[in-house]
Design a binder for this molecule. Structure first.
Ligand SMILES: *Cc1c(COP(=O)(O)O)cnc(C)c1O
Length: 358
């Protein structure tokens, strides 16, 4: 059995995807071809935001968002310690300082109570300009944006939604990718909406940010790519990937339903084990089930039993950001992150995709 069965999906969509790729080979516009703009438009309708700017991957998407917000040296950005490395990496890469925040005990997302504690502490110290909160929709579940937004308003911070895993999730009908000042996602093959290589996108309703990001993704272009008015990046979504994503996006709503059904089946079957905690989804929230992640004090023995049955399991994440070697110099890593640390010792994820059989 596969952890994420990309082949099953390809079999299902093969004729459509093959035809889309062939179209690109025929017209030959490999960079910024028509499929890129078609995909951006359909994606903006799906998520419900004014602007979608595609780019080369989800990490670049975060970096482009931070650059557009003019976040850099001397600034600080709050982000969860229980996340994938890229979230915190992008903050550091633009020269800003990440301030880590502990996880919520039930959702595993950034904890708003601990967030406010860290905001007050950092304000008190006065060492950095406090600029933004980077919230991550971990395992597919949107972070607590109602609470995060009220803290952002109270302390005048911007919000970046890292929806690399959350794409497809929602809160009371509002789609992941539409929260905060700028949101980002990744089309890495194993993400809820994945392409056949690297890809990413940035979402915003703000015209100024959108215009800046369109320039930044093509070497800081002005009127054309040989008129360079700022320092940017080379970060474009390949036309072939956009063509593949057009077909994958049209199958995506059905896949979300299939993931939901699989998650409910897991919940039901696992409810009889009293040493396993199944995922918690608050009222009004839907998860895209990027991962189906359970928690148990007996993780090792369960993982071993699954392995014996040829069921692959993976630990996301064994190392919190405050424990990463790359962040060794940061002051905030000595704070208490007891919930994130306990999660890193007890969670593991089961196979999940849109083509699972009973
Ligand atoms: C995958 C991921 C990213 C980075 O996406 P890439 O396309 O691999 O660069 C960023 N943040 C989170 C939470 C992710 O899961």
């Amino acid at each position: 059995m596969q952890f994420i069965d990309l082949q099953a999906q390809y079999k299902h969509l093969k004729s459509k995807i093959d035809a889309r790729i062939q179209t690109v080979l025929d017209h030959g516009k490999y960079i910024m071809g028509p499929e890129v703009f078609e995909f951006e438009e359909i994606l903006s309708d799906y998520v419900g935001v004014k602007h979608v700017i595609s780019c080369a991957n989800g990490t670049d998407a975060l970096q482009l968002a931070l650059m557009a917000m003019e976040i850099g040296p001397g600034d600080a950005v709050f982000c969860p310690t229980f996340t994938f490395f890229a979230s915190a990496e992008a903050i550091t890469f633009v020269g800003a300082t990440p301030i880590f925040v502990d996880a919520d005990v039930t959702t595993y997302n950034i904890c708003p109570v601990d967030l406010e504690k860290h905001i007050l502490k950092a304000k008190d110290k006065g060492k950095y300009n406090l600029k933004a909160i980077m919230a991550v929709d971990l395992f597919g579940l949107p972070a607590n944006y109602p609470e995060i937004q009220s803290l952002a308003d109270k302390y005048q911070l911007m919000i970046i939604e890292d929806a690399a895993q959350g794409f497809g999730g929602s809160i009371n009908g509002q789609m992941a990718g539409s929260f905060g000042t700028i949101a980002t996602t990744s089309f890495f093959p194993a993400k809820p909406l994945g392409c056949y290589g690297d890809g990413g996108a940035i979402f915003t309703d703000n015209d100024k940010h959108a215009e800046l990001i369109r320039s930044l993704r093509v070497h800081g272009k002005g009127s054309d790519k040989y008129d360079n008015i700022r320092i940017g990046m080379n970060s474009r979504l390949d036309t072939i990937q956009a063509a593949i994503l057009l077909e994958k996006l049209s199958a995506f709503p059905d896949e979300l339903i299939a993931r939901q059904i699989a998650a409910e089946k897991y919940n039901k079957e696992l409810s009889m084990y009293n040493d396993i905690v199944t995922p918690y989804v608050p009222d009004g929230y839907t998860s895209s089930w990027a991962q189906y992640t359970i928690k148990s004090e007996n993780r090792d023995s369960y993982m071993k039993k699954y392995k014996e049955k040829d069921v692959p399991t993976v630990i996301y994440y064994e190392t919190c950001m405050h424990q990463q070697t790359a962040f060794k110099g940061l002051e905030n890593i000595t704070d208490e992150f007891s919930r994130a640390e306990s999660l890193s010792k007890s969670v593991f994820s089961l196979p999940m995709h849109g083509y699972m059989d009973n």
